[in-house]
Write a protein that binds this ligand. Structure first.
Ligand SMILES: [Zn+2]
Length: 231
């Protein structure tokens, strides 16, 4: 008989194969992505009212089409996230990104980044050396700890950009991630609130999930526990 695995997110319930997490954690994440038809109907009703105020009418066929389109896109997105089974890393990312990014919490994110980046192949940061990346990351931590000034931050960032420019047009790879460590909130838009989702997207193929899980548990066990605890 095979021993039942316990969900690594809540550490309470058995997993819900083929998913790596339990049914409760699975459903919690699913509720973020999959809404009932009424949700789309409400959106379309608001849309219809808007049009009406401008003296235009929205045909019922268009409204119906929009509802179906919204539901279909959402279902497809959820299918992509689940894949062959919902991964524990994805659920942990949802749990941690759910936290309000206060300056205190951001400091913790930056310390996590330091550990994460140190686990990556240093060749990803060429021409910058491992030591140069390390030194830059230490400056980023010092900045968020209030140990260096804004002028100093700008100077360090400028010289690091010369040493290791961002080379991805979409700014989404291992190098961009190092840059993000010292950037201010104004630099980001939605990414500031989906920090770990963005980081994972940038390097998901560069580290095994076990490393993410290990580091998430090391740095954010409290956030994950809070998210998973019954509300
Ligand atoms: Zn669970």
């Amino acid at each position: 008989m095979t021993k039942e695995k316990t969900c690594p997110v809540c550490n309470a319930n058995p997993t819900y194969p083929p998913h790596e997490v339990c049914e409760t954690c699975y459903n919690k994440v699913k509720s973020y992505y999959v809404n009932p038809r009424e949700y789309f109907e409400r959106i379309q009703e608001a849309h219809r009212q808007n049009w009406l105020e401008k003296g235009k009418t929205l045909a019922p066929e268009i409204i119906e089409h929009n509802i179906n389109f919204g539901m279909k896109s959402e279902a497809e997105r959820w299918e992509r996230i689940v894949g062959d089974g919902l991964s524990a890393v994805i659920v942990m990312i949802e749990a941690i990104d759910d936290q309000k990014p206060t300056p205190e919490f951001h400091r913790r994110r930056i310390v996590f980044m330091y550990d994460l980046i140190n686990r990556l192949d240093p060749a990803l940061f060429a021409p910058a050396s491992k030591e140069e990346v390390e030194s830059f990351m230490k400056s980023a931590i010092a900045f968020w700890n209030g140990e260096i000034t804004e002028d100093e931050r700008k100077r360090i960032y400028k010289s690091f950009c010369e040493l290791m420019p961002q080379d991805d047009p979409y700014g989404r790879n291992a190098k961009s991630m190092v840059h993000w460590m010292i950037c201010l909130e104004e630099y980001f838009n939605w990414m500031w609130y989906q920090w770990f989702e963005s980081v994972y997207d940038a390097i998901f193929d560069k580290l095994p999930d076990e490393v993410w899980i290990e580091l998430f548990k090391k740095h954010f066990a409290d956030s994950i526990e809070e998210w998973a605890s019954p509300s």
